[in-house]
Design a protein around this ligand. Structure first.
Ligand SMILES: Nc1ncnc2c1ncn2[C@@H]1O[C@H](COP(=O)(O)OP(=O)(O)OP(=O)(O)O)[C@@H](O)[C@H]1O
Ligand SMILES: [Mg+2]
Length: 250
């Protein structure tokens, strides 16, 4: 198993947001999480990534058998966990190239691989950027500074493509992307598919799942998985909305 979450509960500012989430992703699988606004999707991703201010109040989460909740955020990243943010932050004054290279070298070091110098990094980054239809110029700017919504999302996918995580959590990486970019981003995720890669793809739209075909779809309602199914569940949601599932869960 790649990711195992059992009865996970979490609170923010003392307010319970996750109320007993149980979910397992076998290695090699891609699972989608859908759910209404405010149901706890981003909270789940933050708790798994170890963001400050998210208090785990019960349950467990393991990644490749290790208790990730006991690890520092950097240790989680070093172990191969990657989170693409719903709202990527702008870091004025921090060059994108240096930021990405520092992140990559930290992980390479952990894997026992040699660190890349600026030239070596540029070569690898350019190669990845070409496939993502990104321009070099975006490496020279501050991290996400002045990037359009879709450019920020592509920058997250570039980071993922460079780091080659073992588990990627993509929080609405499709939102705000134009039609071509959606396909490019999906290709970026699909390129990582393999026995040692799994992903949790958070999305509001069935459309993305035409490109990144998930093994399972989970519906989060009020901080719990209300139901799970195959890709057809996403189609059903698109047609019916959440009302019937909400009624069934009540
Ligand atoms: N600091 C906070 N204080 C109080 N409530 C919070 C705080 N942070 C998050 N919440 C609440 O937790 C709930 C879950 O938020 P979360 O961002 O996980 O939702 P989401 O499922 O990702 O929604 P969306 O689809 O809109 O991105 C929301 O109702 C939100 O208002
Ligand atoms: Mg969210």
């Amino acid at each position: 198993m790649s990711l195992v979450i059992e009865n996970l509960s979490a609170a923010v500012d003392g307010k319970p947001i996750l109320n007993g989430i149980t979910l397992a992703i076998p290695a090699g699988e891609i699972h989608a999480v859908m759910g209404p606004n405010g149901s706890g999707k981003s909270t789940l991703s933050y708790v798994l990534a170890g963001r400050d201010g998210y208090e785990v109040t019960g349950g467990i989460a393991t990644f490749e058998g290790h208790d990730i909740l006991a690890m520092e955020p950097e240790e989680r990243a070093a172990a191969g966990l990657f989170l693409a943010f719903q709202y990527p932050v702008e870091l004025p004054g921090v060059g994108n190239a240096l930021f990405l290279r520092t992140a990559l070298n930290a992980i390479r070091k952990h894997r026992g691989e040699p660190e890349l110098d600026a030239m070596q990094f540029l070569k690898v980054a350019r190669e990845r950027m070409r496939t993502l239809n990104m321009t070099d110029e975006m490496l020279r700017r501050g991290v996400n500074v002045g990037f359009s919504g879709g450019e920020k999302k592509r920058n997250e996918v570039l980071q993922m493509a460079l780091l080659q995580p073992r588990l990627a959590i993509l929080d609405e990486t499709d939102s705000g992307l134009d039609i071509d970019a959606l396909k490019i981003v999906a290709d970026g995720v699909n390129a990582l598919r393999g026995p040692n890669f799994s992903a949790l793809v958070i999305t509001h739209y069935q459309r993305l799942l035409n490109y990144i075909v998930p093994d399972r779809v989970h519906v989060l309602l009020d901080g719990r998985i209300a139901t799970s199914g195959g890709p057809e569940l996403a189609q059903r949601l698109e047609a019916e909305g959440y009302a019937t599932i909400q009624a069934e869960a009540a």
